[in-house]
Design a protein around this ligand. Sequence first.
Ligand SMILES: C[S@@+](CC[C@H](N)C(=O)[O-])C[C@H]1O[C@@H](n2cnc3c(N)ncnc32)[C@H](O)[C@@H]1O
Length: 355
Amino acid sequence: MKTNLHIMEPKQNLLFKGDCLETIQKRLEGFKGKFRLIYIDPPFLSGTQYTLKKKVEGDAGAAGTLSEIPTYNDKWDDLEHYLSFMKPRLKAMKDLLSNDGSFWVHLDWHVSHYVKVILDEIFGYRNFVNEIVWKRTNSPKAQSKGFGAQHDVILLYALDSKGFQTKPIYREHDTKSLKPYSYKDEKGNFRLIEIEAQGIQRTQGRKQFEWRGRTAPYLYKKEKLDKWWDTGMIYRSRNGRYTKKQYLKDSPGILVSDLWYDIAPLQGGAQENTGFLTQKPEALLERVIKSATEKGDLIGDFFAGSGTTAVVAEKNGRRWVICDESQSAIDVISNRLDSISKEHDYSFVDVANRS
Ligand SMILES: C[S@@+](CC[C@H](N)C(=O)[O-])C[C@H]1O[C@@H](n2cnc3c(N)ncnc32)[C@H](O)[C@@H]1O
């Protein structure tokens, strides 16, 4: 790691210590329009003083116990105070995005709806893409009133939603999604796909024609049906109805929707766990990054915490710029980056340091 650079080269990965607004205004002037993706997981009015839990080493008496180092304070006078902190920072981050860029804001029930209104204003309502729901815990706490909170929200915006498209992401089949693949032939298990119009399409008078002894409102032309027939892709039921076979081996899995319940919360004993209380799992950032960037793209996180975004960017061949104002967060990030590779090159910049 190099320290306290004066001149920025856009190709370098950068770790800033400082307030993110000051960092963007003073140090990232030349980066406007360069970020393909920005993910942030900012404070969210939780009213909590967060800590870093670390195992005490050395002293035989204390060894094995946990020490708690303060990381950041998420206590605010009121909602207005919090929103007036967020608004200029969100605006400044938007200016860093490239035309095909996307902005991901991780929050929960405390303020997600208020921040969405601000983001609609900044990005334009039509550039809102998704509200992703991530199941962040398997064991919600019992509440004195209402239900236990079990999910976070990630608001996704595109700088220009017209040309924007996330890449399809598939997760492995589960018992429920495997059930329809109960048919089998020499090529393996398959399920049946309709080739006749159903429901309203059928009643709206779709043209019918005769094919292999059955007259029906087919969804495909005769030539296509013949081709499938010749390659053994058509299934004929006992009552003479035709459907198309879809083999399990050709299925990429289950297409991921905006409901992310398949990414497990960070486990206490996991190797990636740094003890930073609001650390997010690498699998979550991997899904975000892989769905909206390519290798070599520049990714930003201006509330970096334990540095999950940079770590995942690094592991997946993306360039990164991250920032946090807390010294204990910076310490965790540096150790974490060193632990994945001693070779990688990034520069550390203390924004308050003018030298
Ligand atoms: C929820 S944590 C981020 C956790 C992170 N996603 C992870 O996986 O570890 C929020 C972070 O924002 C930082 N932060 C709060 N206010 C900030 C500011 N004005 N500028 C930069 N960082 C800030 C805090 O120090 C904290 O580390």
